[in-house]
Design a protein around this ligand. Structure first.
Ligand code: PLP
Length: 495
């Protein structure tokens, strides 16, 4: 199967090229030429498979040129070998007869980014060989916390790759910083930047755009890449867990074969929920995809009105991984809903970059509302939801997941729909101890890693081993650079 650009259907690439390039040269997103339809017995067939087997089953139909045995080896490295602390990888917990929670945070960094970033490096490393790329790849990441660590863990010691992460010196939590500066592996580097996340990100973008640097690195056998969430290699592994949750519900008898379910997804860049839409297109029986936002509710307005408008106040919330005003992966949804009209997509994206807003055609808005429901929460509602889930179900959730649970309540009250629903849980509550303790009513809260123990003692829930292990670890990376000096660490890293 070939891949094409959402802004130009004539542009064609192999899967390997699409993964190596990340982005089409015209700025569009690389997307499969067709979304494969699964046979009607697929869910029954996959029901008794392990998570890793389900990955191979789904990926096979998207990655021409990759053999099943290769994919099996990559999934073993990504999801096996104790990398995930739960044998089911993406377990589904039952809260009541119609409400379930899929936990995507049992990976090495305790956030759902691991689901894709554990597999992508293997796909990318193999794609270099398959696309005749002679150079090796150096991944540069600017992170506000979760992505940096997940990328470091994923690329750690993967052939023909190196990874260098920049984070804002004062812009990440104590736990997130310690997670990064203690990173192990022979091909990794971490450097802090004086400034905020935007400074780090602008600096990295400048490095990508620097042709002299690119030519210099090419001579030494390297090219730079970003591995960010618009790379198809990050969307693809996420399709699997939607099918997997369905199979798990079938297996426990919670639903009957063919019965539809909803998913409710805490959304930022639209990567996670988009994968759910592809799962639906492939034939997983999905009724509604419920898009949950925090106060940065640009997607709520868009889905409800058909107008996307990024010209609005930006809020820093307690669900920071959803603090986003431009949801890049939405472009792929527009491509599908418009009937793959590349000209229309080009037009909308042009308006977005020029005036910060666009209005979609009524038929696109209608199709969107048929498949999606959208709602948003404020900070108090998020905290109340953490407290409520703990009081009613003794179930501890993080603030991102709480946004989704609250929007699910809104959806049910609004529509009366009682279709069984899976809430997608994107982070361990122990990654956000302070907000969770506050929500549970704890006034005097301990700082840094001490908060892990405090949350554990207060709830009787054990902290994930990978976070508990951080205690007493010595930082391995200590360099700090000014934002204007970010080339030097790259040069030193690749010397
Ligand atoms: C990245 C992230 C999200 C948002 O996911 P998108 O794919 O960007 O929509 C939600 N929750 C957590 C914890 C995340 O790390």
């Amino acid at each position: 199967m070939n891949y094409l650009s959402t802004r130009n259907k004539e542009l064609r690439m192999t899967p390997a090229q699409a993964i190596v390039k990340g982005l089409a040269p015209d700025g569009g997103l690389l997307t499969p030429a067709v979304i494969p339809r699964m046979p009607s017995r697929a869910m029954e067939n996959m029901k008794d498979m392990s998570y890793r087997q389900r990955v191979v089953y789904i990926l096979n139909s998207y990655l021409e040129g990759f053999s099943s045995s290769e994919l099996t080896a990559y999934t073993a490295s990504a999801y096996g070998g104790g990398k995930f602390s739960h044998p089911d990888v993406a377990p589904v917990t039952r809260l009541d007869d119609g409400t379930f929670c899929m936990e995507l945070w049992h990976g090495p960094t305790c956030a759902f980014k691991d689901m894709a970033l554990q597999l992508l490096p293997h796909l990318l490393s193999a794609s270099l060989g398959k696309s005749d790329e002679k150079k090796s790849v150096c991944i540069l990441v600017a992170t506000s916390g979760d992505t940096g660590k997940a990328a470091l863990e994923g690329f750690r010691d993967v052939d023909r790759t190196k990874i260098l992460v920049f984070y804002p010196k004062d812009g990440v939590s104590a736990i997130q910083e310690l997670q990064m500066v203690t990173q192990e592996g022979g091909n990794v580097g971490v450097c802090s930047v004086v400034g905020n996340f935007d400074d780090a990100q602008t600096g990295v973008k400048k490095l990508f755009a620097d042709e002299r640097l690119a030519a210099d690195l090419a001579e030494r056998g390297w090219f730079l890449s970003s591995a960010n969430s618009i790379n198809w290699g990050r969307v693809l592994p996420q399709i699997v867990y939607y099918a997997s949750a369905y199979c798990d519900l079938l297996k426990t008898g919670a639903i009957a074969s063919g019965q539809e379910i909803n998913f409710c997804v805490p959304t930022g860049n639209f990567g996670n929920i988009l994968a759910g839409y592809y799962a639906k297109c492939m034939g997983v029986p999905i009724n509604k995809l419920i898009c949950a936002s925090n106060s940065n509710n640009v997607l709520t307005d868009f889905i409800n009105t058909g107008v996307y408008d990024r010209n609005r106040t930006f809020y820093n919330t307690i669900s920071p991984s959803m603090d986003i005003l431009i949801s890049s992966n939405l472009e792929r949804l527009l491509f599908e809903l418009s009937g793959r009209d590349d000209k229309l997509v080009r037009d909308y994206m042009g308006q977005l970059s020029e005036i910060g807003s666009y209005r979609v055609e009524p038929f696109i808005r209608d199709r969107m509302q048929k498949n999606f429901y959208a709602g948003c929460t404020d900070e108090d509602q998020t905290r109340e939801t953490i407290a409520r889930l703990w009081a009613e179900h003794s179930y501890l959730i993080d603030p991102h997941t709480a946004v989704a649970f609250h929007v699910l309540d809104q959806y049910r009250a609004d529509t009366g729909d009682d279709t069984p629903t899976v809430v997608v849980s994107t982070a361990s509550p122990f990654k956000f101890c302070d907000s969770v303790l506050e929500a549970l009513g704890v006034k005097e809260r301990r700082a840094g890693l001490e908060a892990l123990d405090q949350l554990s003692e207060f709830t009787g829930v054990a902290a994930p081993a990978s976070l508990a292990r951080l205690k007493g670890r010595r930082p391995r990376f200590t360099s700090v650079v000014e934002k204007k000096d970010m080339e030097a660490p790259v040069q030193a890293f690749l010397a």
